[in-house]
Design a protein around this ligand. Structure first.
Ligand SMILES: NC(=O)c1ccc[n+]([C@@H]2O[C@H](COP(=O)([O-])OP(=O)(O)OC[C@H]3O[C@@H](n4cnc5c(N)ncnc54)[C@H](OP(=O)(O)O)[C@@H]3O)[C@@H](O)[C@H]2O)c1
Length: 325
């Protein structure tokens, strides 16, 4: 059994990890750190949770003495690069944005803060297994991708060569903003509503641009669903292309990927992915103006966060990629 832990276990992504890791047959969850809920049972905070797990609040020294095989950081950005350099766990998966940017200057520009851990940032691998599996297997530190960056990159990477311009129109369940967001605290603000925000300069746009070199636009919306996200991708094609060529490009690229489903004859919706780790990609219609529309869905808390984090841990610790998922 490998020993693993979570810092930020009481938040939305932390809680998803608690649920997955508790059932994972090759790991033992020994740290469930929460500053706010230390000593309380998880089920006192999440009423539908069945288990006797209790939130811990171990110091970094205590955690280091436990010699953990993998530590997950589920904390806000800037908190991760304060914690990570102190941790001696063999592997670390950070769910925040702190280790997602290869170029530290770009991170500083996008997040408007100074990055305090350039040394470890150099070693970190971007945790999108469908693109970087071999690097992840050898990595000590993984920067787990953002949810929007995951769905947009997976939806466009295989067809970049066909694209002149890409528009990502994304909708996310309100858990995407964490448990202290206005929507989570006061549901009436999102009830029966859709809210567009950051029309042209959401931070995930710059994360996507690390991998998608075609010119792109990205606009996010929050919807009245707790979890799940949809990306309607409009691609202006360079030249006349048919549906079969597009579908083939996706199928060839994601050939053996356990968590990608190409839905050739369907348009996926949130019910296809809520509470599972799949990314479903479908639609594939091309109109008379040579505009391709692809529709994709993921669960922001799973393939967009904690499910992907466990996928990465599995690869880093040499387990089957889909173990526990
Ligand atoms: N929600 C999503 O869909 C999603 C998707 C991809 C990535 N992410 C990223 O994952 C991270 C966690 O997101 P979340 O949605 O789980 O947020 P959340 O629900 O707000 O939870 C964040 C947790 O971090 C802990 N925390 C806050 N400040 C801290 C500090 N200074 N030091 C240590 N712990 C601290 C809090 O726990 P205690 O006060 O109990 O310690 C809280 O439970 C964020 O960086 C977020 O951007 C989220």
């Amino acid at each position: 059994m490998k020993k693993v832990g979570i810092i930020g276990a009481s938040g939305y992504t932390g809680h998803e990890l608690v649920k997955i890791l508790k059932k994972h047959s090759n790991v033992e969850l020994v740290v469930l750190n929460s500053k706010s809920y230390e000593g309380k049972k998880v089920k006192e905070l999440y009423f539908d949770f069945n288990g006797e797990e209790i939130y811990t609040n171990y110091s970094i020294d205590e955690i280091n003495k436990m010699k953990l095989d993998c530590m997950f950081l589920c904390v806000p950005h800037t908190k991760a690069f304060e914690l990570l350099p102190q941790l001696k766990s063999k592997k670390i998966v950070d769910l925040s944005a702190d280790y997602r940017f290869k170029k530290i200057q770009k991170y500083e520009e996008v997040y408007e803060v100074k990055h305090l851990d350039e040394k470890n940032n150099k070693k970190a691998v971007y945790g999108l297994p469908e693109l970087f599996k071999e690097k992840i297997k050898k990595a000590k530190i993984v920067g787990n991708p953002g949810c929007y960056a995951t769905i947009c990159t997976l939806t466009s990477y295989p067809i970049q060569k066909f694209a002149k311009y890409i528009v990502f129109d994304c909708k996310s369940g309100y858990s995407g903003a964490g448990k202290s967001s206005t929507y989570a605290k006061d549901h009436d603000t999102i009830k029966e509503n859709i809210v567009a925000y950051k029309l042209t300069n959401h931070r995930h746009k710059y994360e996507i641009e690390q991998f998608i070199k075609t010119k792109l636009s990205f606009t996010p919306h929050v919807i009245d669903a707790f979890q799940g996200m949809m990306c309607t991708t409009h691609v202006t094609l360079k030249e006349k292309t048919n549906k079969d060529e597009i579908v083939k490009a996706f199928k060839d690229f994601y050939n053996d990927e356990p968590f990608i489903k190409i839905m050739e004859d369907n348009i996926p919706d949130l019910h296809d992915i809520q509470k599972n780790n799949y990314c479903c990609i479908g639609g594939f219609e091309i109109d008379e103006n040579n505009q391709l529309v692809v529709v994709s869905v993921i669960d922001n808390l799973l393939k967009g966060a904690s499910g992907q984090a466990v996928q990465n841990m599995n690869l880093m610790l040499g387990f089957d990629e889909n173990m526990g998922l």
